[in-house]
Design a protein around this ligand. Structure first.
Ligand SMILES: [Zn+2]
Length: 538
């Protein structure tokens, strides 16, 4: 119950006893005689936005009540009520009498999305499991339960967000790529800073200046606080109904501090959200989503240049001979990509590196997946996919397919005589797999998501990373990163104070990044993506 402890630690002043005649849910009878828990304050110097002090909490028949002192007079003046599911559904204020008892109430669900401002926080790299874990500790209680969102492959920011914002497809997986026509590497920091690969960013109302990005990885705590402050200033301008904010420090916190860093990010955001709801009398709805998950495991940088040179490859910056290879290196991520004229030959060597889990490349119009002693093909026909395991089962899909074929009944996925099944059927079968939704994601990686695609991609095992060595040297430690095909890296999240049922989502639904536009349109009650430009009245 870390959340509660935090609140207790945040409490200040003498022990306060409150007569909580809280008609927060069911009227006075419901809470009559309820015991009041008085909390002894403990000093805490953390920069807390909300709550200033939890002065009491209590389980009542109407639900769990928390009482806060927001003006420091040691009397409760703000109250929240959680329903039986643990969500905050009602807030109250001691607005008039100043006796530490609520006299003004708001039922949050009675405020329609179209009647409230809507904030959309875009979290970089927060996975669904992390949000689940945090909620189980009593946090993010303004929100409905999280929905898992399967990212693109690779699980990268620009690829996933191009899907979410329906924006112009990206140039490459990252801000550098190999241009086969020019036969050289293209892009780099100047492209990154000019948002060349981030068309989606045009739809944001808040994004820190691009020069902040490297700082967000070097000083993530400070930049996170700065971003929250800057966002609040924008919110206080009161000049737009929907505010879409991207917080780059969520990436910095996760990358440098792993699990603890992501918890800091969620803690700060949860407090900010609670404060905004309090300050606006509930006239704000909030949705948060992420682009991909994170490994939450420190990684060791693989020296593919040295490894491939030892195997007889000429590691170069252009392709001239069949055994030439150009590593595409930029951020520190959990896949490695290469340009070469001998895809199969390069894959055959890469699969023997101890840090490589599997290797993928295009051969004709199918995607090849290789592991040591295992090879399969991903084939697409119309809207259907087929997994052809030539040797072994590199994506570990055969047991799933066998089980599905054996199943009968209306809901069972249908495979045709040649083994093809619809994209939707594969998604249903594999979204929670060790490699979530692998067929469509691998297919799209080489066909549909970027103008320039690498020749060969090596997906790395947990604990390994790849990228620009100088960048890795700049960051003394990498506690977590992303990009690979596995579950943690691939599973992003959607969470909202608006009921996801209104957007047609059922409790156990899982969606893809590219499913989010119509869902966000319903949750925000306004067009999605929001108009580009993000400046003011709309
Ligand atoms: Zn990201």
């Amino acid at each position: 119950m870390r959340g509660r402890l935090d609140r207790r630690q945040a409490a200040r002043g003498d022990s306060v006893r409150l007569s909580l005649r809280l008609h927060l849910g069911l009227g006075a009878a419901a809470v009559a005689g309820a015991a009041v828990l008085a909390l002894v304050a403990a000093g805490c110097a953390a920069p807390v936005r909300f709550p200033p002090a939890l002065v009491a909490e209590n389980n009542t028949p109407a639900g769990h009540v928390s009482a806060y002192d927001t003006n420091g007079d040691k009397k409760a003046d703000y109250f929240t009520l959680q329903d039986s599911s643990g969500r905050i559904v009602r807030i109250a204020y001691d607005q008039t009498m100043q006796r530490g008892e609520p006299d003004s109430f708001v039922n949050l669900d009675e405020i329609l999305p179209t009647e409230a401002r809507h904030i959309v926080f875009l979290l970089d790299g927060i996975g669904c499991d992390m949000v689940e874990e945090f909620r189980k500790e009593g946090r993010l209680r303004l929100f409905h339960p999280p929905i898992p969102v399967i990212s693109t492959y690779p699980a990268m920011t620009d690829l996933a967000l191009a899907d979410v914002f329906r924006s112009v497809p990206v140039i490459g997986f990252e801000s550098v790529h190999f241009d086969h026509q020019a036969n050289r590497m293209v892009g780099g920091d100047s492209d990154y800073l000019s948002l060349k690969n981030e068309d989606w960013a045009r739809h944001l109302d808040y994004r820190a200046g691009m020069l902040t990005d490297p700082l967000a990885y070097l000083y993530p705590n400070a930049i996170f606080n700065q971003e929250l402050d800057d966002f609040q200033k924008l919110f206080d301008q009161r000049d737009r109904e929907v505010l879409v904010a991207y917080l780059v420090s969520t990436a910095g916190l996760g990358t440098r501090q792993g699990r603890e860093g992501q918890r800091k990010a969620l803690d700060g955001l949860d407090r900010l959200c609670e404060d905004l709801v309090r300050r606006t009398r509930g006239l704000v709805k909030i949705t948060m989503f992420s682009d991909h998950g994170h490994t939450l495991t420190p990684c060791k940088l693989v020296n593919f240049r040295g490894f491939l040179a030892e195997k007889g490859w000429r590691v170069a910056d252009r392709l001239e001979q069949p055994r030439d290879v150009v590593p595409v290196e930029y951020g520190i991520i959990t896949y490695a990509s290469f340009a070469t004229r001998d895809r199969a030959g390069l894959a055959a060597d890469l699969i023997n590196h101890p840090g490589v889990d599997l290797v993928t490349y295009c051969e004709g119009d199918r995607v090849v997946v290789e592991k040591p002693d295992a090879k399969a093909f991903v084939e697409r026909r119309g809207g259907t996919y087929r997994y052809v395991a030539e040797k072994g089962d590199p994506l570990a899909l055969l047991p799933i397919v066998e089980k599905a074929k054996a199943a009968s009944g209306g809901g069972a996925p249908r495979f045709d005589a040649e083994g093809f099944a619809s994209d939707a059927a594969w998604f249903k079968l594999t979204y929670a797999h060790a490699y979530p939704d692998p067929l469509d994601r691998l297919w799209r990686a080489f066909h549909n998501v970027a103008e320039h695609v690498p020749d060969v991609v090596a997906d790395l095992k947990e604990g390994y990373g790849a990228g620009m060595a100088s960048r890795a040297a700049m960051l003394s430690s990498i506690a977590s990163t992303h990009g690979d095909l596995k579950r943690k890296s691939s599973t992003a999240v959607l969470i909202s104070t608006v009921d996801p049922h209104t957007a047609g989502l059922e409790k156990r639904d899982v969606v893809r990044s590219r499913d989010l536009p119509p869902i966000l349109e319903t949750l925000t009650g306004r067009p999605w993506p929001p108009p580009a430009g993000g400046n003011g009245k709309r």
